[in-house]
Write a protein that binds this ligand. Structure first.
Ligand SMILES: Nc1ncnc2c1ncn2[C@@H]1O[C@H](COP(=O)(O)OP(=O)(O)OP(=O)(O)O)[C@@H](O)[C@H]1O
Ligand SMILES: O=C(O)C1=C[C@@H](O)[C@@H](O)[C@H](O)C1
Ligand SMILES: [Mg+2]
Length: 188
């Protein structure tokens, strides 16, 4: 059988990065581009719990939310390939991180904190930001999380461009990553 020159994704593509950077909105469009199903970790937690993320934080606390998040991530990562918008904190869990390494191509979406702060100000759905200065919270999260997000297979600066430009940039980086992996595999 002839091998396809450019086979599609064989693993889940997981988008990681700070809240507001575009994992959900860009992820949905990336899934359309790659003709893969799309799932959003936060939405899956909400439907499993029958509560919004904010309600879970308020009623059960962040620790319970994180435990639920880890369970949902396991279920999604053990399934067939999808584009997965992870919650901003999902990769901080060591088990989730190990599963991401084993089963997904991970893409860190990175953008200027000022751009993200402006975007998250549009909606009041993020409990970590409630009644706080978004830029201060985002800066602290960046300091704690960037070394971990930096373990992703691919890093894409999404900056101020449109959703479509972000999809183009991610797709380009992923194609390069897949080519490199194929080359490494044929050398084995
Ligand atoms: N590249 C982009 N161009 C224009 N607007 C964008 C872009 N990326 C994200 N946005 C907008 O920024 C807001 C936040 O994006 P989104 O909800 O996708 O972020 P997220 O990373 O999923 O955040 P969270 O971790 O809180 O779920 C949305 O209004 C979205 O439309
Ligand atoms: O960065 C975070 O820790 C979070 C990001 C969101 O996706 C949600 O998972 C929740 O608001 C927490
Ligand atoms: Mg999201």
């Amino acid at each position: 059988m002839r091998r396809r020159a450019n086979p599609g994704p064989s693993r889940t593509i997981a988008l990681v990065g700070l809240m507001g950077v575009g994992k959900s909105s860009v992820g949905r469009r990336l899934a359309n581009r790659l003709k893969l199903p799309f799932a959003d970790g936060d939405v899956e937690i909400e439907s499993a719990a029958g509560m919004t993320v904010s309600e879970i934080f308020a009623a059960l606390g962040e620790e319970e939310f994180r435990a639920g998040e880890a369970r949902v991530m396991r279920r999604l990562l053990e399934g067939p390939p999808i584009v997965l918008a992870t919650g901003g904190g999902a990769m901080m869990n060591a088990e989730t991180r190990a599963l991401l390494k084993e089963r997904a191509d991970t893409v860190w979406l990175r953008a200027d904190l000022l751009v993200i702060a402006e975007r998250v100000a549009r909606r009041d759905t993020r409990p970590l930001l409630r009644d706080k200065d978004p830029l201060q919270v985002l800066s602290a999260l960046a300091e704690a999380r960037y070394p971990i997000y930096g373990e992703a297979d691919v890093t894409v600066d999404v900056g101020q461009g449109s959703h479509g430009q972000a999809v183009d940039a991610i797709h380009k980086h992923l194609r390069r990553h897949w080519r490199q992996r194929r080359r490494a595999e044929t050398r084995k």
